[in-house]
Each structure stands twice: as C-alpha cells, then as structure tokens.
Write a protein that binds this ligand. Structure first.
Ligand SMILES: [Zn+2]
Ligand SMILES: [Zn+2]
Length: 430
C-alpha cells in the first residue's frame, strides 16, 4: 500500500485520504498508455551500463577481457573501459608477480589474475612469454578483443579513457574526466605554473579536447567529471566547470557513496547556479570505477551503473540519451517506469521481495533553498505533482536493502537517482 507524506510546509496541502492514494496508484498504472499517447516510442528500451572502470592497462587488477566478461556475464548491455591516460592499443606486456603477492604493484598482474584469464578464455587465447627470468603476459588491444564481446542488440563495448590530469602546483586537485567512445587517446591537460583556477581549467580543457575530437571525427562522444569530492573540487569549483554537463554522484571505488550527502549537495548547488545563469542542467551519473574484478567487496565492481532509455543499442544512441538526461543512476534500485512531465514526475520501482522503498522528490522552489526535499513517498509507486514554482525537480529512491562490508557492517543502502529537470520547460503533453 502506497503511503504519501509531504514534509514541506510550502507544499500545497493535500488530503491524505485513501481515495487520493488509490487515485494516484491508478494514475500510475495508466502511465504507459499515457506516455505512448504523449508521443513516446513504445519500442524504446532501457539499457544497463557502466562507463567508468579499469583494467591492467592502468591500475585495475584484471586483464581487459576479464573485465568486459565480468559485466557482460552479469547482464550489462554496455561498457566503456576507461584506463588512466591510456588506450587499449600497441604492444603492452605485464609481468606476472610471484603467487605469494596477491596485490602486486602497478605494471604487474597477480597469479590469480592470470589463472582467471586462462580459465575464462583458454590458454590458446593467452599470449605468454618468459624473458630474462620474468614471466610476462601480453595485454591484447581493443581491436583484438572487442569483436569477441560485441553482440548487436545486447552488448555494446565502447572505447574510453579516464583523462587523468597531473596535480597542479601548490594545489590538491586530482582532476579526472572520463571520455567515452573516443577514437584516439587524449593527452591530459597539465596546468602551467601560475595558471589561474587550475583545477577548473583542467576539467574544462579536457572537455574541450573531447568535444574537438568528436567534431573532427564526426563521432558522438561523451565526457563527464569524475568523483568531484575525491578530486578536491568544491561545489564552487564545479559551478565554474561549464564545459561538462555530467558529474559522478556515485563512484564506488573512491568511496563517494559513503559521503553521498556531500556529493549530492554539490550537485544541488551546481543545479541552482546553472539555472540562475541560464546554463544547461548538470546531470548525475553513477559508476563503479572498479579496479578490482577478482574479488567481491562492499565497494567496487557492480555497485553503480546507468539505466539508459534508447531506441536501440548503439554508441550514438546511448551517448545522446545520456547527454539529454534520458537515464537514471543507480546503486541497485531499478525502475519499471519513469515519466517526467510538466505536471508531474512519476516513477515506479521494480520491487525486490522483502525490500521497502522511499522516494524523496528533491528540488528548488523560486526564492527557496536548493536541494530541498519537496515530498516523500513510501512504496513502489511515487508521483510528485508539480505546483508551478519549482525551478527543478529530481527523485532519489532509497531502499532498505543494504550493501554489507566484509566486516558485516552496513556500507550503504541501494539507491537510484532520476535526472533533474525543469517542469516549466517541458512542453504541454510531454
Ligand atoms: Zn579517477
Ligand atoms: Zn577511475
């Protein structure tokens, strides 16, 4: 049974009677038909994907094929491998560490990683060599391994890179920008001594490099700001990064999910600032940024992804959908329906047995604070009725399902975030 509560004094009072609740449930049931009537394509699909993770090409612990296999075998539809400042190309060999070293240093692969590689792909596929007493294995190139995984309509692999900028002098910035579907590696912008606002400059410069490569190649490419908190970018800094319209609101590997309120506060601050300046909204992406695909852990592989709505599974469609905000970010909660309209924001959660859900509608009213919780709805169907004074609205769903740490403590509760939008800018009937 859906319960509807409002926690804002400014919300227009609505009687919380059973009839109203049933009416809302009925309205949600009808939304698929309404959405079709509103011109949405009934053939659109939701695709699951991760656009930020690492392999042995940089500081990941697994061979790239094993990383791709990890996601494909778990039902992901798209993936971008985004190693630090490197493309999966050229002649690259890694040294196999002694079996006693379970966490070998950068440039080495563990025995476990090699064993797993052979077990999954067969010894015939694996290139090994012994040279100068060192055991080596070759990292295959993107061109070599991608055909093995690409499956039209069900699995799309995209080349990527985490543009990893060097820390500018006398600052703490560690600015990283993920670029997806690029055709050539991109050199990370290094701020010269005396560069004004170097962290912001690096992020905007990385964005420009991706945009100019996209234009020159005539290929859709995506770029987003990674883990702003870990990068020591403040909300005020992110407000000056106009080159990027997406930022990570969840990045498991850098522990951002532990400090989510801070990341979400940054997001809301940036949204208010952009609306005030008439700029495009900053969208929020979830990634796992996994470096470890060998063992399960409370944070890491599989703990943050995107659900993207697109007509079909092509890089162009996926990137365009992300850029126009036709997706939601999740750490486990999945939606069965999502509709953003001029009059209401409605969602339906795909429930798991024994799990409860709370949806908070977050936004800003004219003259009000940003990041306000405008309404709270418990249950699997949630609708926010737009009053008319909202500058933006988004939804945050929190479940009762906890991710546990290896010590048996709660790491976080699985969540989902829909993208912010400006109801007043939605045309009637959409
Ligand atoms: Zn990073
Ligand atoms: Zn990363």
């Amino acid at each position: 049974m859906t319960q509807l509560t409002m926690n804002s004094q400014r919300m227009a009072p609505r009687p919380l009677v059973r009839g109203a609740v049933f009416a809302i449930a009925a309205a949600v049931l009808m939304w698929t038909a309404a959405a079709r009537a509103a011109g949405q394509d009934a053939t659109e699909h939701w695709y699951k994907g991760n656009i930020h993770c690492h392999s042995l090409y940089s500081d990941g612990n697994s061979f790239p094929e094993c990383v791709v296999e990890w996601y494909k075998s778990r039902g992901y539809n798209f993936l971008a491998l985004t190693d630090h400042n490197v493309f999966q190309e050229g002649q690259r060999w890694v040294e196999i560490a002694p079996p006693t070293e379970t966490k070998p240093k950068h440039g080495f692969a563990s025995q476990e990683a090699l064993d797993r590689y052979k077990a999954l792909f067969g010894t015939q596929w694996v290139d090994e060599e012994t040279s100068g007493g060192k055991r080596l294995a070759r990292l295959k190139t993107y061109a070599e391994f991608s055909p093995r995984f690409e499956t039209p309509g069900s699995f799309l692999l995209m080349p990527g890179e985490e543009i990893t900028c060097p820390t500018p002098q006398n600052t703490d910035y560690r600015v990283h920008v993920v670029a997806t579907n690029i055709v050539d590696p991109i050199e990370a912008p290094a701020a010269a001594a005396g560069q004004t606002d170097p962290g912001v400059w690096q992020a905007n410069s990385a964005a420009k490099l991706v945009a100019s490569q996209s234009k020159a190649a005539g290929v859709e490419m995506h770029a987003h700001l990674n883990h702003p908190g870990w990068s020591h970018l403040t909300a005020a800094d992110v407000c000056r990064i106009d080159g990027l319209n997406q930022m990570e609101i969840n990045n498991d590997d850098s522990g951002s999910s532990v400090s989510l309120p801070a990341t979400e506060a940054t997001w809301d601050t940036v949204l208010a600032d952009r609306i005030a300046r008439g700029k495009p909204l900053m969208l929020g992406v979830a990634v796992d940024d996994a470096h470890n695909h060998l063992t399960d852990s409370a944070f890491g592989a599989g703990h943050g992804w995107l659900m993207v709505r697109a007509a079909s599974l092509t890089a162009e469609n996926i990137i365009r959908a992300i850029d126009r905000g036709d997706f939601y970010a999740t750490t486990g909660v999945e939606l069965a329906g999502l509709r953003t309209g001029r009059a209401e924001l409605a969602l339906r959660i795909r429930p798991e047995a024994g799990v409860t859900y709370r949806t908070e509608f977050v936004g800003q009213r004219k003259g009000g604070q940003t990041g306000q919780v405008l309404a709270i709805v418990d249950g699997t169907d949630a609708i926010y009725q737009v009053i008319g004074n909202e500058l933006y609205v988004r939804a945050r769903v929190t479940s009762s399902k906890a991710r546990m740490t290896s010590r048996g403590t709660i790491a976080y509760y699985e969540m989902a975030w829909t993208q912010p939008y400006q109801p007043a800018k939605i045309e009637e009937g959409k």
